[in-house]
Design a protein around this ligand. Sequence first.
Ligand code: SAH
Length: 428
Amino acid sequence: MSIPRRNPRRGGTRRQSAGPPQVRQFRSSETGATARLILKEGREHSLQRRHPWVFSGAVAALDGDVAAGGTVAVLGSDGRFFAWAAYNPHSQIRARVWSFAQEEFPDDRWLRDRIARAIERRRPMISPEGTNALRLVHAESDGLPGLIADLYADTLVLQLSTAGADCRREAIVAALADLCGCARIVERSDADTRALEGLPERTGMLFGSMPPAEIEIREQGLRFVVDVVGGQKTGFYLDQRDNRARIKMHAAGREVLNCFSFTGAFSLACTAGGAKSVLSIDSSATALDLARRNASLNGMSASGLEWMQADAFQALRTLRDQARSFDLIVLDPPKFAPTAKHAPAAARGYKDINMSAMRLLRSGGLLATFSCSSGISEDLFHKIVAGAAADAGVSATLVDWFHAAPDHPSLLEFPEGTYLKGLLLRRE
Ligand code: SAH
């Protein structure tokens, strides 16, 4: 993958001289935004701290006309300017901030500059010989709510999950096509979160030629086939890239169990790291088919690799009944708690699988356990896992923490963006 070097400022941000404290009626040919969203008195705190969401309960009034996804000026009850935001009357998150600077109206040129900035920030993360797949734009954390762009070799996969991003599709595609030098852009706006925004699913080609039937990427020396059209998320879990590399370093000589294996990325990393054997479990037959193909693509013999289609919750119990044990276990389940509201049920799920895994771990064995639930904080996850160890009667040492790879950054003022967390434990 090569990202052409472009001047991120080309076209420039439309700068305006600083205005008076009251918002002025900005106009833009792209959005024609003149509507103002007025906050209730005392509900300005989160915007003051630059949190990018305005919840419906914080809104006193909408002054003017704006369609879903259109731009509004967010004002305090005293008329003070706080932000330019994308409005959505159908979502609990009534507005999502594009920009906190009054002089930075989010027109198409501004959008292009933000995308260019996100791509520039990734440039040091690219190593053409090692990895050619990475996330170029990570939504709120790149100042672009609802916009995810993952690059797989020369194919860009775009996911638009909010009304604001959805109605800027054309400008986003034009900017990405020009800035990232990809051959094609495929849309995968089929996340369930779109329903919460009142948006239908949308998939298909947005730019360039149809993707080849199979897209091959490289990740730290391994080859993977990615199904960008039908695979989960945008096709691959790029956020776990660095964690796979770290777990690989511990894999030599170990008997590994990889639960929720998807297309085998952790399994192959462990095999490459010298694991004695890897048993991979996933409920998806399609994912496991691709995992087997990925193994042979990397010349890994079938003998050390076992693939099992099963419900991991059940399979962990069955393995225990069979008196199986392992030296390294990876637990990377899907999101159990999309929001804090789902945390109690999710906590039971995490405790269940972690207890079962700890019982299968030999003394001195390692457990790499993850949660990608925004609704479960790092602290809570640590407590759940500690509770699981106590209930399993296992003494464990916390060896390391895991987070999402740096192409998935998170804003300090936006804790919801810190979704992936993990612990590496050693059973004593
Ligand atoms: N570790 C993977 C990503 C895992 S994504 C990687 O690095 O690529 C979560 C996976 O869990 C998906 O592949 C999904 O098919 C699988 N899954 C979901 N529920 C499951 C269940 N109850 N039992 C087993 N697998 C499940």
